[in-house]
Structure formats: C-alpha cells, structure tokens
Design a protein around this ligand. Structure first.
Ligand SMILES: O=P(O)(O)OC[C@H]1O[C@H](OP(=O)(O)OP(=O)(O)O)[C@H](O)[C@@H]1O
Ligand SMILES: NC(=O)CC[C@H](N)C(=O)O
Ligand SMILES: [Mg+2]
Length: 491
C-alpha cells in the first residue's frame, strides 16, 4: 500500500502535493516523490525516506507547474532501492509520469511481453514500471496526431485487458492532464475531489479522502472499479468505465489497518467500521465468556484504539491507555526487516505500569500478522505486573499471503499460517486469545454501505479474486521473504 495523489490546479500544485503526501505517509514510509509539468518540461524529485526528509526548499522550488502527481512508497515488488521510488517516467509517447498503489500478479509475463513484443525497455524490478510501460504502449498504438479522451480510455481498456492484480494509478500525461484509473475489482482505493477557487475549478485524486480534506477539496466520489478519470489542463473532466463484468472486491484490510480512521473509502467511514469491529468482538467475548473478569481494556496504539474503545464500551469495562506510544517512531509493520520491526516495537511502546499491576487486562490490536507486536506486548504487560493477559484481534487470523499491495508475501512469516488459534495463543504467551470472525469483520464494513457485496479477504480466506497462477505464491515467497530481502541488501 502506497499513497498516491494527483492534482490539476489553476495555480501551482507542488506544495499541495507535498501536504497531501504527508497525510498519506502512513501508507508508505520508504520513499517519496513528486513530479510536476512545468511548461514543456517535467520536473521530478524522488528519493528514499519520509516525505519531510526527501523534499527540501530547494527541491520544492524546482517543482513548478499546475499539474502534478506524488507518491509515497512501501515496496511490494522489486527492491527498496531509490531507483524504484515513484513516480516513474517514460518519454514516449507524449511524456508520461506514473504513480501506482498496488501489486500486479502477472508482472513476469508482462515484463516478457514488453521486451519481446512491444520492444520496451524496463530498467528496474518494479512492477509499477512494467505497468507504466503497458500504459505507454497502449497509448502508443492509438491515433498519434490527435490525442483525445476516447484514445486514452481505449488505452486504459488495453491495460485492464493485460494487467492482473491490484492497481490504483495516476498518470501525468504531458501537455494533456491527469489520468486516474483503478483495477477492475477496485481492490486498492482511489477517491476524487474538487476545489472551487476564484480562479477556477481544480481536481484532485488520492488514495484516501483524508488527503482531499486537508487540502480543502470536496470529496466527490470514489473512482469506480475499472473506471478511468481524466482531468485535463483546460479544466475538463471526463470519466469512463473501461472494464466491465468484474466483481467489485475492495481490500478489507484497508479498514482493519491500512487507512487512516478519518478517511471515507467506498462511502464507508473507516472510523465507524473500526467501532463496529470492536462491538462485534465484545459480542463474541460475552458469548464465549460471560464472566470474563476483565478489569481493563487496553489498546495497542495506534490503529487499534478505535476498535478497543468500542469494545470496552460494549463490555462495560474501563478503557485505559496502558501503552504510551513514542510519536517519533513510525509504523512497525511496514518496516522492511524483521530485526528492525522487533526492535522498534519496544522503542515505540512503553507501559504505564499502574494500569497493569494485579489486573486482568484485555489487550486489543487491529490485527496480528507476524506476531511481532503481540508477543512483545504480552510480555511487557506481564512484566508490568498484570495478573492475566488476554489478547483480542479486531481481524481474523492472517493465514495467507497478500499479493495486491500489502507486503506479506511469505506464509511462513505469518504467525497464524498453519496454526490453530490455541497454538497461536500459546506461541504468543496469552492467557486467552480471541480473534474476530471473518463474517463479523465483513459485517462491520458492509454495514456502512450495503452496496458492497464482496471484499478482497485473501489474507484471511486464501481466496484471490483475480485468480493466481500455480507457482505465483511460491515465487513471491522466494523473492520477497525477509531472508530474501536481507540477502539482496547485503549482496
Ligand atoms: O503482528 P505484527 O506483524 O506485529 O503486525 C501487526 C501490528 O502492526 C501494526 O502496527 P504498526 O506499528 O505498524 O502501526 P500502528 O501504529 O498504526 O498501529 C498493526 O496495527 C499491529 O499492531
Ligand atoms: N505498496 C504499494 O502499493 C507498492 C507499489 C509497487 N508495487 C512498488 O513496490 O513500488
Ligand atoms: Mg499497531
């Protein structure tokens, strides 16, 4: 999950793109980039690091123009090398810069086709560079002289016919405008907004509505699955469904962990969905252990706070902030290596001992993925003097890899893979471990928008909405396990 944002403005857009990226930072902490169209030049600045570190006053002042896109990256393909930071650029046709959130599951096949059939050179191991070249090729084979919305939408239809996976994309087409499109299943989120200024109307498209809010854009709607939106430099807005017939299946993990609570995705408030997750968990606890004896509900900051507050309320048990988070440490789960993840949990969270001493505490997290956080936190609660330590996860067990833009590629690294709930409970050292049921998680999101009939729940269910080639999972495990990444880094 990366963060993407694009703006077609009536005045300079670089500082708005920067501000938008800072509120999308939770989606990717490894690299950031912005490209703008300054007359007949594209101005690009990107590098590894947080948004605030990548851009300086000097680099920002070069990013002139009223059309631009930005990206913050959390790698799911290729390496974490600065060459793979986004946006990517190709010079032909027209000059296109490209930002992608998601992950393709047929990259290898497309890479071969690009080289053998379409004669395009791909310079990195990034799936996003491949996807950009597919788009460039599909634009190239349209009418050359008069680029029109119709040609662009045909090109996007061509991309949908070839690419498989999760992709929410923004393309800056030099001299023309901003193109946004979303995969036919709408796995990754993408939302559009408008801002009316005295000088005219401006459009923005971003991964999450929070970016629109802070920039004063009014949220219009989500980009529909398979739809393309084209905002042109002359102020026009064109939209078209470029793929039909696919099941709409937005990623449910966005609601569990990825997105900010103050975002609306598919017209569902992420905050309210998390409250409902907490309520459902409370119902399960009361069903299984009416005399649970819990003295305090303690969230594991940050993301689980919302679900934990609703859970405590429904149980009628005090909600207590038993762990204080160091606000200068970022998200642990999206860090690249396990060693770093383990160390940063302790640096990030510190217990308020009084809240644990001689109490039966229920610790709540939004999800348990590798078990890095929960294992350490349970021990910390015990060290702080807790009598019994219960642990609740607002999501079901994560047993299967995610292949659509969340970097959990290796089943062997998931604590719940191939284990029963009892075995996980023992491994984590909890006195009782309670997981949300998948049907309750689905209900918690769906209750916000009953038109949502299906979700990508692959990491919980092992069902992949795009279908997967036989060996794909083995391949990504080989390429992207923590061990493989560490070996690449030291090579
Ligand atoms: O089982 P694990 O592999 O540890 O992964 C799950 C944990 O990682 C995330 O926290 P993170 O620190 O990334 O971010 P947060 O501050 O938004 O909760 C998530 O909220 C869980 O706490
Ligand atoms: N998390 C993402 O959306 C990653 C985008 C792309 N697959 C990359 O690795 O750069
Ligand atoms: Mg967390």
């Amino acid at each position: 999950m990366c963060g993407i944002i694009g703006i077609v403005g009536v005045t300079e857009v670089a500082s708005s793109l920067y501000d938008g990226l800072t509120v999308l930072q939770h989606r990717g902490q490894d690299a950031a980039g912005i490209v703008t169209a300054d007359g007949d030049k594209l101005r690009l600045h990107k590098d590894n690091g947080l948004v605030r570190d990548v851009f300086t006053q000097a680099s920002m002042s070069r990013l002139r123009g009223r059309l631009g896109i930005g990206h913050c990256r959390y790698p799911t393909a290729g390496s974490d090398n600065a060459d793979e930071a986004q946006p990517f650029y190709v010079n032909s046709p027209y000059g296109i810069a490209f930002a992608h959130n998601g992950n393709l599951v047929n990259t290898a096949e497309l890479r071969r086709e690009m080289f053998e059939d379409d004669r395009r050179h791909i310079n990195t191991d990034s799936d996003s560079e491949v996807l950009l070249n597919v788009l460039a090729h599909e634009l190239q084979i349209q009418d050359r002289l008069a680029l029109s919305p119709d040609h662009i939408f045909k090109a996007v239809a061509g991309v949908h016919a070839r690419a498989r996976g999760g992709y929410a994309c923004l393309a800056l087409i030099q001299g023309y405008g901003l193109l946004a499109f979303r995969d036919p299943h709408g796995i990754r989120p993408l939302v559009m907004g408008e801002r009316v200024t005295p000088e005219g109307r401006e459009y923005a498209v971003a991964s999450e509505s929070v970016a629109l809010d802070v920039l004063g854009f009014r949220r219009l709607r989500d980009v529909a699955p398979g739809e393309a939106v084209l905002a042109t430099l002359d102020g026009g807005l064109h939209t078209r469904r470029c793929a039909e017939g696919a099941v709409h299946a937005p990623c449910i993990f966005e609601y569990v962990y990825l997105a900010r609570p103050d975002s609306m995705i598919e017209d569902v408030s992420v905050y309210k969905a998390r409250l409902r997750m907490g309520q459902k968990l409370a119902e399960k606890i009361l069903r299984l252990r009416p005399d649970h004896g819990i003295d305090a509900v303690i969230p594991i900051p940050d993301t689980s706070r919302t679900a934990a507050s609703a859970l405590a309320e429904a149980l009628g048990v005090p909600f207590r902030e038993g762990f204080v988070k160091n606000r200068y440490v970022g998200r642990t789960f999206i860090m690249p290596g396990q060693g770093e993840r383990v160390k940063s949990v302790r640096r990030k969270l510190n217990p308020v001992e009084l809240e644990f001493r001689k109490k039966n505490v229920l610790l709540v997290d939004d999800s348990i993925v590798r078990g890095t956080t929960s294992k350490q936190i349970i021990q910390m609660a015990r060290d702080a003097g807790a009598r019994q330590v219960f642990f609740a996860s607002a999501a079901p067990p994560v047993r299967y890899p995610n292949v659509y833009g969340i970097d959990m590629p290796a089943a062997a690294e998931l604590v719940a893979a191939g284990r029963t709930e009892k075995e996980i409970e023992q491994l984590l050292g909890a006195d009782w471990l309670i997981y949300q049921d998948l049907k309750d998680l689905i209900w918690a999101v769906q209750d916000g928008n009953e038109e949502l009939k299906q979700f990508d729940t692959s990491c919980f269910s092992g069902e992949y909405v795009t279908g997967l080639d036989q060996h794909y999972l083995q391949q990504i495990e080989m390429l992207r396990s923590d061990d493989a990444k560490a070996a690449r880094r030291s090579a």
